[in-house]
Design a protein around this ligand. Sequence first.
Ligand SMILES: NC(=O)c1ccc[n+]([C@@H]2O[C@H](COP(=O)([O-])OP(=O)(O)OC[C@H]3O[C@@H](n4cnc5c(N)ncnc54)[C@H](O)[C@@H]3O)[C@@H](O)[C@H]2O)c1
Length: 315
Amino acid sequence: MRILVTGCAGFIGSSTAKNLLDAGYDVVGVDCFTDYYARWIKERNLARVLDHPKFTFVEQDINDFDPTAHLGAGDAIVHEAAQAGVRASWGTSFSHYTHNNVSGSQALLERVKDLGLSRFVYAGSSSAYGDALRLPTLESDLPQPISPYGVTKLAGEHLCRTYRVNFGVPCVVVRYFTVYGPHQRPDMAFHKWCKAALANERLPLFGTGEQSRDFTYIDDAVQGTVAAITADGAVGETINIGGGERISVNGTLDLIAKIHGAPLNIDRTDKQKGDVQHTAADVTKAKTILGFEPKVSVADGLREEYAYIKALYDL
Ligand SMILES: NC(=O)c1ccc[n+]([C@@H]2O[C@H](COP(=O)([O-])OP(=O)(O)OC[C@H]3O[C@@H](n4cnc5c(N)ncnc54)[C@H](O)[C@@H]3O)[C@@H](O)[C@H]2O)c1
């Protein structure tokens, strides 16, 4: 089976591609290096797989990319490409979100609808839930996003269902809950905080720090994603992928201070619009269908991310 990974130079895409190559699959990666964050960081992500003999890379926007030139019946897609980030999704930059997340997903689904794929795994987001009505949150709970980003990620889920129901594209949605670890995006909190701590700079903190998240270590997120490519009973399902350990933001800052070995210099500012207060995944479905078992604690995962940031910026 050949697997196309979109967004392959990104955090989760490159980590997924590496896992698939290590498992012996042929992988095609596509990414257009959007300018949301520095190209050199994405090139470092991609460097982990670029020279692998079973890897092919195409630099292109998924809106223009023709997957049928690379895939045939029985092959699979892991669709990670998107404009990520809640805070940047307001105002005129919303057009990046509709272009990459909505039009891009539609273009991809449209081009593969008659290909006879074995699986189409869509990278969904816990942001689809908005301020969840209950914690932990079940996939059947009504998604009510409160950020423009969340709206576009949910629209992508609906497009998957639309192409599954009408054309039989075998879509599965994996809804990630705050993924972190080595290669995490530079706009994400742990990345910014580890970098600021190491550079002896002030750490930006939005809100009181009492907000909490279900943090998912990258290897656990990849494990759930890869299982979704072949698991029986996954097609047509939406499945939460969470680390199973909800910690307040203040709690994670304490962990970083401990790893850093010195107190942090925190700059507290207002809560940002679109940020939800709490997230927690009910992962019963992931356990049942995907055999998903998150293995890495936030304390251990943060230590890995801290070491990665230290090396990335030579700090
Ligand atoms: N990181 C998280 O915590 C998290 C949580 C929930 C959902 N997700 C979803 O997981 C996926 C991966 O997120 P990430 O954190 O790795 O982000 P990322 O920004 O590191 O990776 C996304 C990649 O997609 C590429 N891309 C964007 N639009 C494209 C287009 N039109 N054509 C080709 N390439 C394009 C970007 O250049 C980037 O390299 C996204 O779909 C995101 O919405 C991530």
